[in-house]
Design a protein around this ligand. Structure first.
Ligand SMILES: CC(=O)SCCNC(=O)CCNC(=O)[C@H](O)C(C)(C)COP(=O)(O)OP(=O)(O)OC[C@H]1O[C@@H](n2cnc3c(N)ncnc32)[C@H](O)[C@@H]1OP(=O)(O)O
Ligand SMILES: O=C([O-])CC(=O)C(=O)O
Length: 381
């Protein structure tokens, strides 16, 4: 047993995984051996989660079957839709609403179980994983429509995962550029080693709790501003800079002087620019070019250059996803739930892996509290 303290578990190896590999010095990311750049360009989100869950890229036939089986699971049970409605009408935070809805899904899942002998059943977990992943977009799109005074749009089975979400969100089929850009963003966010939310899912699974609990834990963990919550804070910063007509530098100087973190910069594993930020930066630029408004992209580039000079920090995945989603017309406060929609594929893959070779995850803390305190009964204190 070592007594070396690793705050934030930095660098601590706790598992072996075949899912994703990050080279933080070279800025490289692979899912099961495939470079993220190739997957982003060539593969759909469904193809990528098939790869993560089943270990190999699907054949055409396997992909068709997998897509159809996911698409058939998109509808929400009326009770879950009722909960989503209540939460939307109460103006709940979208991540909190998603967390609650995903938790409730287990009540209507025929494979739902807390039986220790059954929680790790791989086939049942793949079925549950398909249902959870298929239903998250429906819940999120319905939530957004209801809080804006609109009725939810029923999912369509003939559209891909990405296109169907945009269709349900906007009551309009997206054009090819929007659907492909969104699909690519989902591919880029699908997995990333033992990030905090994935680890949270694994810790939950390691107690032999169930998949719904694992994904619910992960959603709660992703929500924080040091993790998935950063993407919306990036866009808030860009909007604030735009509204104030300040130079991006000035805004950053003020934030740093006040000891605040600049959202979208820094990473526990990357020491260089995140490869996903490169791809999303290109998308952000293309969207700005197409709209004849390069403002959001250029402001982002100015911040990137200045943060590099001032702090030696490079953008992470959240930085350019913000201006990409904004230029796609997506509401800012659902950027993090969209991250969850994608990362669900990775969470489930890691939970499947955890169950295969499970050991309870349980680190320890160095006790620095008092010893030998003498107990005094409450009325004598
Ligand atoms: C999908 C994702 O989860 S990607 C990450 C998304 N989160 C963000 O973008 C939020 C902003 N970034 C951060 O807060 C951090 O870079 C993290 C949490 C992502 C990584 O943090 P860690 O590896 O734990 O680094 P740590 O928090 O110890 O920071 C190291 C130093 O860099 C500074 N730093 C790190 N990131 C930033 C930032 N974005 N802005 C300003 N300073 C920063 C810290 O203040 C600290 O400085 P100090 O040593 O002088 O106190
Ligand atoms: O890996 C991490 O620490 C953060 C994360 O989820 C990502 O970058 O996608």
């Amino acid at each position: 047993m070592t007594d070396e303290l690793k705050r934030g578990l930095e660098g601590v190896l706790v598992a072996e995984s075949e899912l994703s590999h990050i080279d933080g010095d070279e800025g490289r990311l692979v899912y099961r051996g495939y470079a993220i750049e190739d997957l982003a360009r060539e593969a759909s989100y469904e193809e990528v989660i098939y790869l993560l869950w089943h270990g190999e890229l699907p054949t055409r036939e396997e992909l068709d079957e997998f897509e159809a089986s996911m698409a058939a699971e998109r509808e929400l049970d009326d009770d879950v839709l009722g909960t989503v409605r209540e939460l939307a009408e109460a103006d709940e935070n979208p991540m909190a609403a998603l967390r609650t809805a995903v938790s409730q899904l287990s009540a209507f899942d025929e494979d739902s179980t807390f039986d220790a002998d059954a929680v790790a059943d791989r086939e049942a977990n793949v079925r549950k994983g398909r249902r959870i992943t298929a239903k998250i977009p429906t819940a999120l799109a319905a939530f957004n429509r209801i809080r804006n005074g609109n009725e939810p749009i029923a999912p369509r089975e003939d559209l891909g995962y990405a296109a169907n979400f945009l269709y349900m969100l906007n009551d309009e089929e997206p054009d090819e550029v929007l659907a492909e850009t969104f699909d690519m963003a989902l591919v880029l966010h699908a997995d990333h080693g033992l990030n905090a939310s994935t680890f949270s899912a694994m810790v939950t699974a390691s107690t032999l709790s169930d998949l719904h609990s694992s994904v619910t834990s992960a959603i709660g963990t992703l929500a924080g501003s040091l993790h998935g919550g950063a993407n919306q804070n990036v866009m808030k910063m860009l909007k604030e800079i735009d509204d104030s007509a300040k130079e991006p530098k000035e805004w950053v100087d003020t934030a740093l002087d006040e000891g605040r973190r600049v959202a979208g910069f820094g990473h526990r594993v990357y020491n260089v620019k995140d490869p996903r930020a490169k791809i999303l930066g290109e998308k952000s630029e293309e969207l700005g070019e197409a709209a004849g408004d390069r403002r959001w992209y250029e402001m982002s580039v100015a911040i990137e250059e200045y943060m590099g000079e001032q702090k030696g920090l490079a953008p992470n995945v959240d930085f350019y996803s913000a201006s990409t989603y904004y230029q796609m017309g997506i509401p800012i406060d659902i950027y993090t739930p969209i991250f969850a929609m994608s990362r669900a594929g990775g969470w489930i893959a890691h939970v499947l892996e955890q169950y295969e070779d499970n050991r309870l995850i349980r680190p320890r803390a160095r006790y620095v509290g008092d010893e030998g305190a003498e107990f005094v009964p409450v009325d004598e204190r």
